[in-house]
Design a protein around this ligand. Structure first.
Ligand code: ADP
Ligand code: RBF
Ligand code: MG
Length: 382
């Protein structure tokens, strides 16, 4: 579940009462996945806060009261749980949350929680993550050897716990710093949607269609187009399109950027990747007609090719516009996932890949199962 944002907001507010030292992403990462009291202690140690762990926990718990219900499932989590259940693979939930808190936190899980045959909570164990005990206990209760278990984790402490217990580990960090997660029997992905279960001897997903994975429900984002780094049109120019018959054939890959900070659920979670979408720009035309709906190949992520440190959300709209449209309202309905964002050693390789994403988008979104989303009311100005 994506509880990072809720916890971070509460911690930032509470810590500001005790210290001027900022609660950075690095400090936040130290507490992740740990039991509440141990998470507080980790943050206190890092920031040398003049407060005890129980006192800090008291304050943050208070700030979080009634907020847990806002926690969303990470993209791909429902798909994974349902597929494994249908395939008869036993599931355990191994959480640092205490049993009394679990109900409040897993509000949105609904019936999914009942699909886990084993639930290990933080207060069931003598030692919490990153110790091996929680995962060792989960495997025992499943009555399966840890080597035959796959642990799915987004926090370092959870990865360490599962690895120490002897499990195979699938890590989906929410941060661009992925090196810290690497280790024996560990695969680090950008996104839960990318998991190839057959790698682990588990029944493979069979829901890919025309090189895309349908997003149910689709993801909707709208807002004014902001300036990016000015790279798309200028740097992502296909060499083969240049020269020959004049400058106008040299077309770059302009991407209309939205402000990611307006979508906290995107800013935090491990949901980077390349997607296919329907897009519209601007308001009703003077004659009252609606702005047209276009296809778009959308990038959500850290842009590793450019060593980016901020997440961006940017569609390359597969349409030739007469002029730029900064400041106008852009609406996106992401209907399919294509691939994780990748690092490339040359710009040509990135450009070729993006054009391929465009081809995938054109082919897939013409299928009736996707084409229906063209009429999503979200795409029209209110
Ligand atoms: P920036 O870094 O400021 O986003 P880009 O080089 O990526 O600059 O160009 C993006 C801008 O180009 C968009 O904000 C939009 O105004 C304009 N634009 C023109 N055609 C397109 C298109 N087909 N898709 C996306 N943006 C386009
Ligand atoms: N950037 C990357 O670093 N890796 C990628 O795999 C990648 N894929 C992209 C796919 C599409 C469809 C689009 C539109 C962009 C992609 N980019 C990728 C983002 C690119 O770095 C970004 O648009 C430029 O930096 C312009 O800001
Ligand atoms: Mg751009």
């Amino acid at each position: 579940m994506d509880t990072e944002r809720l916890v971070d907001d509460a911690c930032r507010a509470v810590i500001a009462r005790h210290s001027d030292t900022p609660y950075t992403a690095q400090v936040a990462a130290l507490g992740r996945g740990k039991r509440p009291l141990e998470a507080c202690q980790a943050v206190i140690d890092a920031l040398a806060l003049p407060v005890s762990a129980p006192a800090l926990l008291e304050e943050t718990s208070h700030a979080l009261d009634g907020k847990w219900g806002d926690a969303e499932l990470l993209p791909g989590a429902v798909r994974l749980i349902q597929h494994l259940t249908k395939s008869g693979v036993p599931l355990a939930l191994c959480t640092s949350t205490s049993r009394p808190q679990l109900a409040a936190k897993t509000n949105k899980l609904g019936e999914l929680l009942g699909l886990f045959s084993v639930v290990v909570c933080g207060d069931d164990c003598t030692l919490g993550k990153p110790d091996a005990e929680p995962y060792r206990r989960a495997c025992e209760l499943l009555n399966v050897s840890p080597t035959a278990c796959l642990a799915v984790e987004d926090a370092i402490s959870g990865v360490l716990s599962a690895r120490a217990a002897g499990c195979q580990v699938l890590a989906v960090p929410s941060l661009p710093d992925r090196k810290a997660y690497a280790g024996d029997r560990t695969e680090v992905l950008h996104n839960l949607l990318d998991v190839r279960l057959e790698t682990y001897g588990l029944p493979p997903f069979q829901d890919w269609v025309a090189r895309t994975l349908p997003l149910e429900p689709p993801l909707r984002f709208g807002g004014p187009v902001i300036r990016g780094f000015g790279r798309g049109s200028a740097m992502l120019v296909r060499k083969t399109a240049q020269g020959n018959d004049g400058a106008h054939t040299a077309q770059g890959i302009p991407t209309a950027n939205l402000d990611v900070s307006a979508f906290p659920e995107l800013a935090h979670a491990a949901c980077t990747g390349i997607y296919s979408a329907f897009a519209s720009v601007g308001e009703r035309l003077a004659d009252g007609s609606l702005p047209p709906v276009h296809l778009a190949a959308v990038s959500v992520g850290w842009n590793p090719v450019f060593k980016g440190e901020v997440k961006t959300l940017e569609p390359w709209i597969l349409h030739s516009f007469a002029e730029a449209f900064y400041g106008q309202t852009l609406r996106l309905v992401l209907v399919a996932y294509i691939r994780p964002e990748a690092d490339f050693t040359t710009l040509e390789a990135l450009i070729k890949q993006i054009h391929d994403d465009g081809d995938v988008t054109r082919a897939a979104l013409s299928l009736s199962m996707y084409d229906a989303h063209r009429h999503d009311p979200f795409l029209q100005p209110s």
